[in-house]
Design a protein around this ligand. Structure first.
Ligand code: LR7
Ligand code: MN
Length: 571
């Protein structure tokens, strides 16, 4: 491992002090692959001289201006705000291609050294010596599908550079059937020079759950540390996680997840825990929850204390290897992406373990709005399958919230009997126990008197939350989701557990607002003649002639004010 660190240090020096033959080292770097390394250590990086992967990158002038006196682009996690207009025509083509392929700014990432430094933002109490010899050794497992070169290798180098070598058994890269050329031979050649880094490939697209299980099979460290393929670790991230597990092997240890901005590649860095893992019962999706200010203040009395979290985001955590196996690894009936993070979270808590976020451990992750890769079966089918598997095995009676929302269209979710047996065998507690003991703040959606879609009496169109706060009309699809509405006992018309239908202050436009707002403005009456009457204003919901929008009008006998509640069978 020392071997790894020496040339890497030089990379920074190289970029900092420059190469004598190049008067302006910042202006021209051979990049993408951190290839400046080859100049200094052809023994270790001979392949970087080959044509396949060496590519000259010229740093655009406007970026040079922006970095000023910094030794290189992205130094200390600093971001660069940029847009296509800042670039030359040819650069624009690359920039746009990079965005399209990755949904992050690959063009900029390619200009940032693979071993850029990040600041140390930890609170002082975290900066202590750890008793390395008393900590377990970890295998780091990173699975990826079609990841960008500079992003993947920055992840690898960051792990190598920030982990005490005595604690790092190996890094196992699991290539989940990528198709990109740079991930073939070039990657093999590159990592063959890095001690401790191994690469295994799946024979078909497995999805991240099975790919991680494959990584587990190969791992020999006593702890497994899973990471996404686009992260950067802060110094000191690993020791606190391993220490938690050293004390208790049923603790699943999670770092504070910082943000790498998908466009500027700036790394935000905090010191404290500001968020923890939550859950939306109706969508059965992971959500971030803010730690209340009072809680944050309380934590300052003992700032290095880990925070127990009801769920985890899923991407970054350490777990004892034997415990992971005992718990049943990942559900191998799950595919591609989604759902496994909650499934594992429930499993850990309900079967006797715990999830703890350590405030001294920080890892940054590229957050993006969309995953650009091929979902093989379609994104909705994939997520629904994994989520239904989770609900069937772990949610007990609480699964009804989700099932109601998807109109009980469960789709093909495969066979879950082995997972149910696992739950029996481990004598896990009920979901109700989990809610009451681990997640008492969980928002339980208000009971509905009527629910389903809200369909115009003219037949085709349904009230649709449109994924925004301005609902409109859309062709009915019968799958719930944005077309799910529930009229509660108190007369609130909600689309999810938080957002309710109400009128804008102008009393004309229909909007979604927090269900916690003043209740008199939120109340609706579903009349005997099937009108939706807003109590406060006395107005009725009416379909516009364009059949795309709704607005509030004086109540009348017009058919455009008649709405049918429920799901297709009952309409
Ligand atoms: O078919 C696939 N095969 C893969 O190997 C699909 C994905 N992957 C890899 C992919 O290359 C990446 O490394 O799996 C990883 C996760 O996929 P992302 O990064 O596209 O998605 P994400 O960051 O939104 O993923 C979050 O939710 C997922 C649900 O299945 C997983 O739990 C991810 O690990 C999780 N990531 C995090 O928790 C990081 C923190 C961000 C948050 C929230
Ligand atoms: Mn990710």
């Amino acid at each position: 491992s020392k071997k790894n660190n020496i040339p890497l240090k030089r990379v920074v020096e190289n970029v900092q002090v420059g190469n004598k033959s190049d008067p302006d080292p910042k202006h021209e770097i051979e990049h993408r692959e951190g290839s400046h390394q080859s100049k200094h250590d052809p023994e270790i990086y001979p392949e970087l001289n080959t044509k396949t992967i060496t590519k000259k990158r010229i740093i655009p002038d406007f970026i040079l201006k922006k970095i000023g006196d910094d030794p290189y682009v992205g130094y200390m996690g600093k971001g660069i705000l940029m847009k296509a207009d800042d670039l030359s025509k040819t650069e624009q083509v690359e920039y746009k291609e990079g965005l399209k392929k990755n949904d992050f700014n690959q063009f900029l990432s390619d200009l940032i050294p693979l071993d850029r430094k990040l600041p140390d933002t930890r609170i002082d109490e975290c900066k202590r010596d750890y008793k390395i010899s008393a900590l377990p050794v970890t295998s780091v497992i990173i699975c990826f599908h079609n990841e960008a070169w500079s992003v993947l290798l920055r992840t690898v180098h960051s792990v190598l550079n920030t982990s005490p070598s005595l604690l790092l058994m190996e890094i196992i890269l699991v290539d989940d059937f990528s198709t990109m050329d740079h991930l073939k031979k070039p990657l093999e050649r590159y990592i063959s020079k890095l001690a401790k880094v191994r690469l295994i490939r799946t024979n078909k697209r497995e999805g991240l759950m099975r790919a991680r299980n494959i990584g587990f099979e190969l791992a020999s460290g006593s702890v497994l540390t899973f990471l996404d393929s686009h992260v950067e670790c802060f110094g000191g991230w690993l020791e606190p996680l391993l220490e938690l597990i050293a004390r208790n092997t049923t603790v699943v240890a999670v770092p504070v997840i910082e943000i790498i901005d998908a466009n500027s590649f700036g790394v935000s860095a905090g010191a404290e825990i500001t968020n923890y893992g939550g859950l939306n019962l109706e969508d059965l999706r992971f959500t971030w929850r803010m730690l209340p200010t009072a809680e944050m203040h309380k934590r300052r009395a003992n700032p290095t204390q880990p925070l127990r979290s009801p769920t985890m985001a899923g991407g970054l955590f350490s777990i004892d290897r034997k415990y992971f196996e005992h718990l049943g690894k990942y559900d191998d009936g799950m595919i591609i992406w989604g759902g496994e993070n909650l499934e594992l979270s429930f499993r850990i808590w309900m079967c006797g373990g715990s999830i703890e976020i350590h405030p001294c451990s920080h890892v940054a992750h590229i957050f993006r709005n969309r995953s650009p890769y091929d979902w093989v079966y379609g994104v909705n089918t994939v997520i629904r399958r994994n989520t239904v598997r989770t609900a069937e095995v772990w949610l007990d009676e609480y699964k009804e919230f989700y099932y109601q929302k998807i109109n009980h269209v469960l789709g093909d979710y495969g066979d879950v009997s082995a997972r149910k047996e696992l739950r029996e065998r481990l004598k896990c507690k009920s979901f109700d126990w989990y809610v009451k003991n681990i997640y008492p703040d969980l928002e339980i959606p208000a009971k509905a008197v009527l629910f389903g879609q809200v369909k115009s009496s003219f037949g085709q169109h349904c009230l649709d939350a449109m994924g925004s706060n301005k609902p409109g009309l859309f062709l009915c699809h019968g799958l719930g989701g944005h077309q799910f509405w529930a009229l509660t006992e108190r007369g609130l018309l909600r689309t999810d557990s938080r957002r309710c239908l109400t009128l804008d202050r102008d009393d004309v436009h229909v909007v979604l607002q927090s269900c916690a707002n003043k209740v008199s403005r939120l109340r609706w009456l579903y009349t005997d003649d099937k009108r939706l009457k807003h109590e406060d204003s006395g107005l009725c919901l009416e379909m516009e002639l364009n059949k795309k929008s709704v607005s509030m009008k004086s109540c009348s006998s017009m058919g455009r004010q008649v709405w049918l509640f429920g799901f297709p069978e009952s309409q």
